[in-house]
Design a protein around this ligand. Structure first.
Ligand SMILES: CCCCCCCCCC/C=C/CC(=O)SCCNC(=O)CCNC(=O)[C@H](O)C(C)(C)COP(=O)(O)OP(=O)(O)OC[C@H]1O[C@@H](n2cnc3c(N)ncnc32)[C@H](O)[C@@H]1OP(=O)(O)O
Length: 264
């Protein structure tokens, strides 16, 4: 049986129709592996084609974690072919979310490092649980890896040039309060109110006529999307070359060990 990694459905609760809620549920930490990325893309594609759907809230069913980012095990000790397939799926997820016609809101109910932060930043609006134990940011350099240009562009479009320099070079993970201050997230609320607040925010976004909002969104995001679209194959090649290096594999191995030791 195939594992359902997420649930997506159209709900009509409290008068809010046409809004899907996607809950990532890939234990233990919603790390984005090939299966979860594919499921997310298929679900979003279906919603995008469903004329009754206007908005999407993405959240997590796992306690304390929105998403741990890309699954390191998909990049560690794997063949170049596998790494290439994996990277295409990461690109696909980003392209679909960043270019979505739907109103997309991230209800960030836990930590969201690296690829998890990227995913949240592709959304139109971000609400995070106000819990100082949680963190969010692009921490790639701390793992000895380099976030590609489209991760950097997404961050820069969200928080600006100078903050991106600091955030990306130092691989900073921010507390929710810090993330709010730099504009990485838009709103903080108590943990048990993240989803209801996302629903309230959605009402405001849905009050704008779709065509006007969609054209405006596309005008703002298209140059960034086009940049990856016209460099997709080179970006895959660069990734495979980079990730296959002995030194990078070693860094990933050390990082994985550190994660396990930290737990022990
Ligand atoms: C010029 C060159 C251009 C070239 C371009 C190359 C581009 C390369 C870029 C590649 C980009 C990568 C982006 C990424 O997303 S990398 C992933 C980064 N993620 C992290 O650093 C997060 C790591 N995880 C954590 O910090 C914590 O797990 C957590 C999310 C805060 C949750 O903490 P919690 O205490 O609840 O959980 P545990 O730490 O105990 O974890 C439970 C088990 O899950 C395993 N785990 C955690 N995260 C990952 C992950 N991302 N991938 C795989 N596995 C993960 C962890 O080891 C535990 O496993 P165990 O139960 O077996 O011990």
């Amino acid at each position: 049986a195939t594992k359902m990694a997420l649930r997506a459905g159209l709900r009509s609760k409290r008068g809010l129709t046409g809004v899907a809620v996607m809950r990532m549920q890939s234990p233990p930490v919603n790390s984005l592996n090939l299966e979860l990325l594919t499921d997310i893309c298929i679900a979003l594609e279906k919603l995008e084609m469903d004329k009754s759907c206007r908005g999407l809230i993405i959240t997590s069913n796992q306690p304390k974690v929105f998403s741990a980012g890309l699954d390191i095990l998909e990049m560690y000790g794997k063949s170049p072919e596998h790494c290439g397939e994996f990277w295409k799926a990461v690109q696909e997820m980003w392209l679909k979310f960043y270019g979505s016609n739907l109103v997309t809101i991230a209800a960030i109910n836990g930590s969201s490092p690296a690829g998890g932060c990227l995913m949240a930043m592709t959304c139109d609006y971000r609400i995070m649980a106000d819990n100082p134990r949680y963190s969010i940011g692009l921490n790639e350099t701390q793992l000895g890896i380099v976030a590609p240009f489209w991760f950097k562009d997404t961050l820069m479009n969200t928080v600006g040039h100078r903050t991106t320099e600091m955030a990306l070079e130092l691989g900073l993970l921010y507390s929710p309060a810090e993330a709010l201050k730099i504009g990485m997230v838009d709103q903080l609320v108590p943990e048990d109110q993240v989803l209801t607040t996302a629903t309230e925010a959605m009402t405001k976004w849905l009050a704008i006529p779709d065509h006007a909002r969609q054209i405006t969104k596309s005008m703002i995001r298209k140059p960034t999307i086009d940049k990856l679209m016209s460099n997709r194959e080179d970006d895959v090649k660069n990734f495979v070359k980079f990730i296959s290096k002995d030194s990078i594999q070693k860094s990933l191995g050390v990082y994985l060990e550190m994660l396990k030791k930290r737990k022990a």
